[in-house]
Design a protein around this ligand. Structure first.
Ligand code: C2E
Ligand code: MG
Ligand code: MG
Ligand code: MG
Length: 266
């Protein structure tokens, strides 16, 4: 009977599963060619220094200009890229593109690059590789800020943590993305050496909490980038709380490198 039920259940779910995995297989094959066919784009979202209003940083955000499916966001393909290992060459491209564009944004400009837990876990190359890419562009290591997520630190995998810290030892900077989504965040801030934390605007609902997080970060020598700022009210609260930098639709959506260069000269 159990076998019978099992089979029925299988029959019931099979079409959906097949459809989903079919799409994954298709995307996976297409993704292999996306790099070669130059379908990947790197957009840059401006990050403002709140005290001066200046744009001195930007976050690099990947897009896939799919010939049939249109412009795809990372949520639609990064998972597939990781499952197939294609993420490794995508990560290489992202870093290279970010570095070459960073050089064109002017001296001292910093570009934030996202790197997933998968990438840190499976990476075959070491810090020397990334430093060499920066040297090719004559960029100082601090031009690139690597954004890591809390979940990565939560794993407490020593190799991964050492890999992150070795980037920092080489003077690249580390930013903790999506701060506050997980647990033990405060503990991690003390244990790991990071330069920035990215604070979600969900915290603006509680001004006191915002202020406390920023004050604590500053005490630990960490600067705060508020992300996803959409309204003036949020900006007011975040500025009052002492946030150092701000990013979000209020200031501007992710744009092409060319458009960012235009924005920087006006
Ligand atoms: P993230 O690093 O937290 O990036 C912020 C996301 O919020 C971006 O979504 C951005 O477009 C969006 N955003 C910016 N301003 C606002 C705002 O005011 N309101 C709202 N609601 N959203 C805003 P996006 O570009 O779809 O990227 C999603 C995630 O994909 C990123 O989250 C990051 O974790 C990942 N990702 C992006 N690019 C890369 C990449 O090159 N490599 C890897 N491994 N992951 C990437
Ligand atoms: Mg990010
Ligand atoms: Mg984020
Ligand atoms: Mg995120």
């Amino acid at each position: 009977l159990a076998k019978q039920q099992g089979r029925n259940r299988f029959n019931f779910y099979a079409p959906y599963m097949q459809e989903a995995s079919q799409l994954r297989i298709e995307l996976c094959n297409e993704l292999r060619n996306a790099l070669k066919n130059k379908e990947l784009r790197l957009l840059f979202q401006p990050i403002r220094t709140l005290a001066s209003g200046k744009i001195e940083m930007a976050e690099a955000l990947i897009r896939w200009e799919h010939p049939q499916r249109g412009l795809l966001k990372p949520a639609e393909f990064i998972g597939v890229a990781e499952n197939t290992g294609v993420i490794e060459s995508i990560g290489e491209w992202v870093f290279q593109e970010a570095a070459s564009q960073a050089a064109s944004f002017g001296e001292g400009f910093q570009v934030c690059v996202n790197k997933s837990a998968w990438q840190f876990r499976h990476e075959a190359v070491g810090v020397e590789h990334w430093l060499a890419l920066l040297r090719e562009q004559a960029l100082p290591p601090r031009s690139i800020i690597i954004e890591v997520t809390e979940s990565l630190l939560l794993e407490a995998n020593r190799d991964v943590v050492e890999r992150i810290q070795s980037l920092r030892d080489a003077s690249m900077q580390i930013s903790l993305d999506d701060f506050g989504h997980g647990y033990s965040s405060l503990n991690f801030l003390k244990r790991f050496r990071i330069d920035y934390l990215k604070l979600d605007t969900s915290f603006t609902e509680n001004q006191a909490l915002c202020e406390a997080i920023v004050a604590m970060a500053h005490k630990l020598g960490i600067k705060v980038i508020a992300e996803k700022i959409e309204t003036e009210d949020q900006l007011t609260i975040l500025t009052a709380a002492g946030c150092d930098f701000g990013q979000g639709f209020l200031f501007g959506e992710p744009i092409s490198a060319q458009n960012l260069r235009r924005l920087l000269i006006t």
